[in-house]
Write a protein that binds this ligand. Structure first.
Ligand code: NAD
Ligand code: DAU
Length: 349
């Protein structure tokens, strides 16, 4: 039996990772630690909550004593660290919250792992899940590789970059076994509707304006979330110690083209006439420090571990839309209350 801690498992990507590990590894005890912030939702993992190898723990990675006690109590062999403040726009209005959770929270986990493992690192691993945004912005060409220099532009990406550096530093200084992955934009079921794709799906359903930042010519590399979970599983089990792996979708889209595709698919799903949802597109003021383009060179994980995305963008987007249309209660629940306040503040003219 292995005791595995997954942080942030009630969030978007974390819930898919928790499900995969709980279902595929009955010999592991999976502990899902999550503070249940606005982005965390136990409904995301309701289907596995009764499985015998799964335990949910509500707690904050900022509470160092609580984290130390947790490691002492459960003697974790492995940590998959996903808990984070994850939305760039929120990092622009409240950067300190990102330093706290993403940097200090990560430090608390590193310190607890170092203390528990105390130099006995055999079959131990600290896996830090990070983002391609740490590399900053690409121009019209080129790809992020594992050796691209860090050049973060938003408070979110700066906080993730800092946490990556601390993980590496604990590896070099104390010998802590670690892997880091830097992934591109995910999409799929359970994505909180503050991010582009789920926000626009929700607005199309409600016939609300679709707020495209700037001229819409920003490019992202999109990956279906379940393919990210497969990559995380592979890296956790087969990744080399003290290595970084980039994960991406080989799937670049300009925001405006993506939004038009989404509108077309939604019109067809909702039985609306062609072109109806595209009329909702509204260009709004740009995000400050907006990175022009992200694109990942995922050849290292592809050649070393045999990973590549299994889902095309059209298939993934259709599965995503279908999920939102058949989970109306989930969407209503997460878009009530504080969400309305956030939305008004973020999108006021
Ligand atoms: P998310 O915002 O959907 O979920 C974050 C989860 O962390 C939530 O369940 C939240 O309750 C929990 N959390 C937040 N603060 C916490 C704290 N102090 N203590 C304990 N739990 C806390 O995020 P996501 O999109 O699923 O991203 C997960 C990870 O993957 C993050 O580290 C993010 O940087 C990284 N990442 C995300 C993407 C993406 O496209 N979403 C891409 C690459 C990397
Ligand atoms: O690249 C990985 C990163 O992808 C993750 O680390 C982050 O956690 C995740 O949030 C995501 O960051 P982005 O900033 O790229 O994602 P977001 O969905 O916020 O925006 C995608 C693009 O769409 C970006 O160019 C900004 C634009 N956008 C976004 C919103 C919310 C709009 O034009 N309008 C919007 O309302």
């Amino acid at each position: 039996m292995k005791n595995i801690l997954i942080t942030g498992g009630a969030g978007f990507i974390g819930s898919h990772v928790v499900r995969r590990f709980v279902q595929n590894y009955p010999d592991y005890n999976i502990y899902n630690l999550d503070a249940l912030t606005y982005a965390g939702n136990l409904e995301n993992i309701k289907d596995i909550e009764d499985l015998p190898n799964y335990t949910f723990i509500k707690g904050d990675i900022l509470d160092a004593d609580f984290i130390d006690n947790l490691f002492d109590q459960h003697k974790f062999d492995g940590v998959l660290h996903l808990a984070a403040e994850s939305h760039v726009d929120r990092s622009i209005t409240d950067p300190l919250a990102f330093v706290k959770t993403n940097v200090i929270g990560t430090m608390n986990l590193l310190n607890a792992a170092k203390k528990l493992w105390n130099g006995n690192f055999e079959n131990k691993l600290f896996y830090h899940i990070s983002t391609d945004e740490v590399y900053g912005s690409l121009g019209e060409s080129g790809l992020f590789t594992e050796t691209t220099s860090y050049d973060p532009n938003s408070p979110y990406s700066a906080s993730k970059a800092a946490s990556d550096h601390f993980v590496r530093a604990y590896g070099e200084t104390y010998g802590l076994p670690y892997v880091i992955t830097n992934c591109s934009n995910n999409y799929g079921p359970n994505h909180f509707p503050e991010k582009l794709i789920p926000l626009f799906i929700n607005n199309i359903i409600e016939k609300k304006p679709l707020p495209v930042y700037g001229d819409g010519n920003y490019t992202r590399d999109w990956l279906f979330v379940e393919d990210h979970a497969v990559a995380i599983d592979l890296v956790f089990h087969k990744g080399r110690n003290h290595e970084t792996y980039n994960i991406g979708g080989f799937n670049e889209w300009k925001n405006i083209d993506l939004v038009k595709l989404l509108c077309t698919q939604m019109d067809s799903k909702l039985g609306r006439s062609a072109g109806e949802s595209a009329k909702l597109i509204t260009y709004v003021k740009d995000r400050p420090g907006h990175d022009l383009r992200y694109a990942i060179d995922a050849s290292k994980i592809n050649t070393e571990l045999g990973w590549s995305p299994s889902v095309t963008f059209e298939q993934g987007l259709e599965r995503t839309i279908d999920w939102y249309l058949s989970n109306e209660a989930w969407l209503k629940n997460v878009t009530s209350g504080n969400y309305q306040k956030y939305y008004e503040e973020q999108y006021k003219a």
